[in-house]
Design a protein around this ligand. Structure first.
Ligand SMILES: Nc1ncnc2c1ncn2[C@@H]1O[C@H](COP(=O)(O)OP(=O)(O)O)[C@@H](O)[C@H]1O
Ligand SMILES: [Mg+2]
Length: 361
């Protein structure tokens, strides 16, 4: 995927902007609150996803205006294409001049990955962030996965409801067996997807992290279920056994204490927990490596290289890590925002855009 031209109208603080990026690294720089992230966000919306800042569509329209427009000429799936996004009451999308029935029909046409400082939560926060990362990444590549997760979560909810009632209604025990059975069956399939994805992702992430740290540090990713239990339970029968064994304690809390909805990925640097002991720069590098690894996986499976949108990624990274991002990410189109104009002194092959008050100057 290559963005050839981006044209924006009345989007956030941008009244009008027209840029023609280069095929490699594009640096968008300027002072705070000038519209750098807004520019990346406008590209991101062309993927068909919601804003990565969690903003509602309507709030993206420039204050006092009625309609925002984004036009993106891009090269993807071996041809020149055009995505037009209009935000009014609702989002309307045209692909190559044809109006799509709904905005989410444009998913999968223009591919990008975004890294923003909020993604540091991948490293810093609890397991649910990492599960969501894994689930979203797999969901993009495997259309059946999302519905599998929904079915699994429904089985968990049902089991929990029965656990709360079974003391007073022992006749519910039979139904409990049924839900536990489907829980274990769906659980096995989810684990299968997750473990095989993680195995491949690990290889990509290791290479990227090693590049970022000039080979000085090694990142480790490991799927973990329950720290005390050691070996992974992957098979339906094994999962079922744990569920049955934990019934009594689960009844006391009315929750299901074991299963894919509780799992985590342990991230280490040179064998030590990145979450607990990593420096700011190391944590940022880990999150970035995960996101870039996700992009490599999309490339491997869909054969299309997503555009990388890297918001504020340079701060807290030393010169060698910055250099890797600017000059060693091969064959991708990258958009990077930063405040410090000195950053681009290290840019060997790319284009720069200075942004002030929503305009390229
Ligand atoms: N809907 C909107 N209309 C007009 N301005 C907006 C809107 N949403 C955000 N802004 C302005 O955009 C600016 C922030 O732009 P942003 O791209 O996040 O800055 P930065 O250059 O630091 O990345 C803020 O000044 C904010 O007030
Ligand atoms: Mg910003």
């Amino acid at each position: 995927m290559i963005v050839k031209r981006l044209s924006i109208e009345n989007f956030r603080n941008i009244e009008k902007m027209n840029i023609e990026p280069c095929d490699r690294v594009n640096v968008i720089y300027g002072e705070n609150a000038q519209g750098k992230t807004n520019t990346l966000e406008s590209i991101w919306l062309c993927t068909g996803c919601k804003s990565f800042r969690g903003t509602k569509d309507k709030e993206l329209i420039r204050f006092g205006e009625e309609k925002a427009k984004i036009e993106l000429d891009f090269f993807g799936f071996d041809r020149n294409q055009q995505m037009k996004v209009e935000i009014e009451e609702k989002r309307k999308v045209q692909l190559n001049g044809i109006q799509l029935p709904s905005a989410n029909k444009s998913l999968g046409e223009f591919l990008a990955v975004v890294f923003s400082p909020t993604h540091l939560s991948l490293i810093k926060q609890g397991p649910s962030e990492r599960r969501r990362f894994l689930d979203t990444a797999i969901g993009q590549l495997r259309p059946n996965y999302a519905s599998l997760l929904t079915k699994y979560n429904r089985a968990v909810t049902q089991r929990n409801a029965i656990l709360k009632d079974v003391y007073h209604h022992p006749e519910l025990l039979d139904t409990l067996d049924i839900w536990e059975d489907s829980l274990a069956a769906y659980g096995e399939r989810i684990l299968n997807y997750r473990l095989s994805y993680l195995e491949k992702l690990k290889k990509e992430v290791k290479d990227i992290y090693s590049g970022l740290s000039c080979g000085k540090e090694e990142i480790g990713l490991r799927y973990i279920q329950d720290e005390e239990k050691g070996a992974l339970c992957e098979k339906k029968d094994e999962l079922l056994e744990v569920l049955k064994a934990s019934r009594k304690t689960d009844m006391l809390t009315g929750t299901t204490s074991f299963g894919p909805h509780r799992d985590d990925i342990e991230i280490t640097i040179n064998g030590i927990s990145a979450r607990r002991f990593g420096s700011q720069g190391q944590q940022r590098s880990c999150a970035l490596a995960l996101k870039l690894g996700e992009a490599s996986m999309i490339k491997k499976i869909s054969t299309q290289q997503p555009v990388a949108l890297l918001d504020d990624v340079m701060s807290e990274l030393d010169i060698s890590r910055q250099d890797y991002i600017l000059n060693h990410i091969k064959d991708w189109q990258v958009f990077i925002t930063c405040c410090d104009p000195n950053t681009i002194l290290h840019l060997k092959n790319g284009k720069t855009f200075q942004i002030e008050n929503g305009k390229v100057i």
